[in-house]
Write a protein that binds this ligand. Structure first.
Ligand SMILES: [Zn+2]
Length: 730
């Protein structure tokens, strides 16, 4: 096996194509950040003004052909001689204006400059002068930082955000040639905080009605009101800051910090309503997080941004658990993160902490990837995804769900599992090499859903009446649907419904949820196309959780080829025999009405697939998706060995097929140390009717790919994929 570095060294001559100039080119009606393709960030520490070598740093970032560079302005620490009271100047600043030096050098190299700010903490002199700026515990005490206790947490509802931060933005905007402002950490897509400062008490009194619970609890009416008030405040602050930063420069932008991958509590659709630029602070993975975590982040952001710019931060440092801020991540892991960023249509933002690194291994990794990107830039200018399968991003279920089988005192760890349904479906789609996009549950407009042949719903248990109606109309209009487990069983806040709101679509009536149990089965009672490959078994592994359902019988053509075999003991072996080998309770219901096909699984086959790894469940999901699509030819098929994730885009010059090679012993536990190249991948790519393709090129390998075209189908074979391949059709 060869590493990416060796691979590059061996083939670098063939990789070099005419490099484009750096600096996002202005396009009419699009702001400068609407066309950027490469961002970088040097995150300064308070001591850096003593030693920072501005020229060598700007040389490095310019060598990455950046469109935009993020550098520390102020907030916690000002890196310039600020006059704003209680805005703490770096104690090592001396007579230097470090931000000013960096700003001038950045602009001299034709890069856009975004001031990186931090609105989340301030020093105790501010605490004494403006006690109303800070978060408070119930006993009135301020909240010091866990590792740097001389800093205190500021409150989003306080004038610190509206007045003090605005004053700092104005000062920087007047003094320096900045093109935008970015805030570290805030607002994030994570949990809400509950604070007891004066401002917050007023909100609780006037808007919420009482102090809200201090963790996610959508069963609590005060939490529900607080959630809305919190989101309103985030959007209000965001809009105010956008107004402030454009006072002097109409094309300036405020960029908040989002991210969270598929695990979001704050509604990303609402955040996207104010975000002109979505930055995902999704810098890497730790523990047993799967490698595709970054591509998932891209899909979530794409589902809410409708083609507007999205960046994703890649930490060049080792942001594992534990974290090491000052040593590099292995190059292969960094490359896979950057590759997922660009494959999913995001813009990479390469990030290092500290101006005096003693580990510089990361530098070449970023430079190699970014210069390759710059050399092939037009092929990364996407117009739209050409996937014809949509996966519903179940925002409220992920944020709030607790199923009937979860303990009432659930906490973060249990909540993290609300994404396991989506994760299982995702993994099945990867293994099945099925091309798909996410659609957000708040974006089910006919013009969005109408682009897709099928909608897949991984246990969207909490769905509003309106969302259900849109899904019903989509199916009535000929769309196909897969849904699992408790989908539509509760309203958007988790209040019980007497039955599935989508029961008419599933042709199912809901009963109780069975407690989680292993050693239950699905019996194959009759043959169906979704059961292909299971001819030699009468039993399939059963889902761990299921709703007891009855077929409504509203559709005489509906079929239930899988029935439930309930749990029986798995130990000791003498006791392992079915007590009720046959039931008439459906484990799945399939119906067909013209082009529209509907598959409903009463169990959590998606989540159980993820937890157990049993491939029968993945196969069942893949078979079902293929059945949903009927005779329609997929926009892209890719046959070959290996676990890959694919994205296919219509681009400005033509089309691009992105293939990420996840085939790696470190696929589900980081870090990737080296790549294991996969062999030939045979592709069929459907292009627009009448479109003649003149050339197919593998951009990572740097070579032309032989192809044939038959009508709208272009066929070609990619000989190998080491880490990532982008096949450009023009
Ligand atoms: Zn507060």
């Amino acid at each position: 096996m060869i590493t990416r570095r060796e691979f590059l060294a061996a083939s670098s001559a063939s990789l070099v194509v005419a490099a484009t100039a750096s600096g996002a080119q202005p396009v009419p009606n699009r702001p400068w950040y609407g066309t950027m393709r490469r961002c970088g960030q040097l995150n300064l520490n308070e001591r850096d003004p003593l030693t920072l070598d501005v020229a060598s740093w700007i040389d490095y970032w310019a060598s990455l052909k950046l469109d935009a560079l993020l550098l520390n302005g102020g907030g916690i620490v000002a890196f310039y001689p600020t006059e704003v009271p209680y805005h703490h100047r770096s104690e090592f600043l001396g007579s230097r204006d470090l931000f000013g030096e960096l700003a001038a050098a950045t602009k001299a190299r034709g890069m856009r400059l975004v001031a990186r700010m931090d609105c989340n903490y301030a020093y105790d002199d501010a605490l004494k002068a403006h006690p109303e700026w800070f978060e408070r515990n119930r006993d009135g005490s301020p909240r010091p930082h866990g590792e740097s206790p001389w800093l205190f947490k500021t409150c989003m509802f306080s004038p610190y955000f509206t007045d003090q931060m605005a004053a700092i933005y104005r000062e920087i905007g007047v003094r320096y040639p900045v093109d935008g402002f970015f805030t570290n950490v805030w607002p994030s897509t994570g949990d809400l905080t509950v604070c007891h400062c004066e401002s917050c008490q007023r909100v609780y009194r006037e808007t919420v009605g009482a102090t809200p619970p201090d963790r996610v609890d959508a069963t609590n009416g005060y939490y529900r009101k607080y959630y809305e008030a919190y989101m309103d405040r985030v959007l209000d602050v965001w809009r105010r800051w956008q107004t402030v930063v454009t006072e002097k420069r109409p094309d300036s932008v405020y960029v908040g910090n989002l991210g969270g991958g598929i695990r979001t509590v704050k509604n990303v659709k609402r955040l996207a309503e104010v975000a002109r630029w979505f930055n995902a602070d999704h810098q890497g993975r730790s523990g047993d997080t799967a490698i595709w975590d970054c591509a998932q982040q891209g899909r979530v952001a794409q589902a809410v941004m409708d083609g507007r710019p999205i960046t994703n931060v890649t930490g060049a440092y080792s942001n594992s658990r534990p974290t090491w801020r000052h040593v590099s991540k292995p190059p292969a892991e960094t490359i896979m993160w950057l590759a997922q960023t660009t494959a999913s249509g995001m813009v990479p933002w390469f990030h290092w902490l500290g101006g005096a690194p003693e580990d510089t291994r990361w530098k070449a990794v970023g430079r190699d990837f970014f210069t390759w990107l710059a050399a092939n830039e037009p092929h990364f200018r996407n117009r739209r995804s050409i996937a014809d399968v949509a996966v519903l991003y179940p925002q409220r279920t992920i944020a709030f769900y607790r199923s009937g089988t979860q303990p009432r005192d659930w906490r973060g760890a249990e909540r993290a599992q609300t994404a396991d349904y989506l994760q299982g479906l995702y993994y099945a789609l990867l293994e099945g090499r099925i091309l798909f996009d996410f659609v957000h549950e708040d974006n089910l407009r006919p013009e969005t859903l109408g682009r897709y042949r099928a909608l897949l719903i991984p246990n969207a248990a909490y769905l509003s009446d309106d969302r259900c109606q849109r899904i019903r109309e989509y199916v009535a209009g000929g769309g196909s649907l897969l849904a699992t487990f408790e989908t539509s069983r509760y309203n958007e806040w988790g209040d019980d419904r007497p039955d599935f709101e989508l029961g008419d679509v599933f042709d199912a009536t809901a009963g109780d949820v069975a407690a989680p149990a292993g050693n239950s089965y699905m019996r194959i009672d009759s043959r169906h196309p979704t059961l292909a490959g299971f001819e030699e078994t009468a039993l399939l592994p059963g889902p761990e959780q299921r709703v007891a359902v009855r077929a409504r019988g509203g559709d005489p053509a509906a079929s239930a080829p899988l029935t439930v075999v309930p749990y029986y003991p798995a130990f000791p072996p003498e006791m392992v025999f079915p007590r009720t080998p046959r039931t008439d309770q459906p484990a799945a219901l399939f119906r067909q009405n013209g082009r529209s096909r509907v598959a409903y699984f009463s169990g959590d086959i998606d989540r159980t697939f993820w937890r157990s790894g049993n491939p029968d469940l993945g196969q069942l999901i893949q078979n079902t998706v293929r059945w949903l699509l009927g005779e329609d030819r997929a926009p892209v098929t890719l046959d070959g060995d290996g676990v890959v994730e694919t994205f296919a885009w219509e681009t400005e010059p033509g089309y691009a097929l992105h293939i990420l090679n996840y085939t790696n012993p470190n696929m589900t536990r980081g870090f990737v140390r080296k790549f294991y190249a996969i062999g030939p991948q045979k592709a069929e790519f459907r292009v627009a009717r009448g479109r003649r393709i003149a050339s197919v090129a593998a951009l990572r390998a740097g070579r032309a790919v032989p192809f044939t075209q038959d009508g709208d189908v272009v066929r070609f074979e990619v000989p190998a994929v080491t880490d990532y391949e982008v096949v450009a059709l023009t």
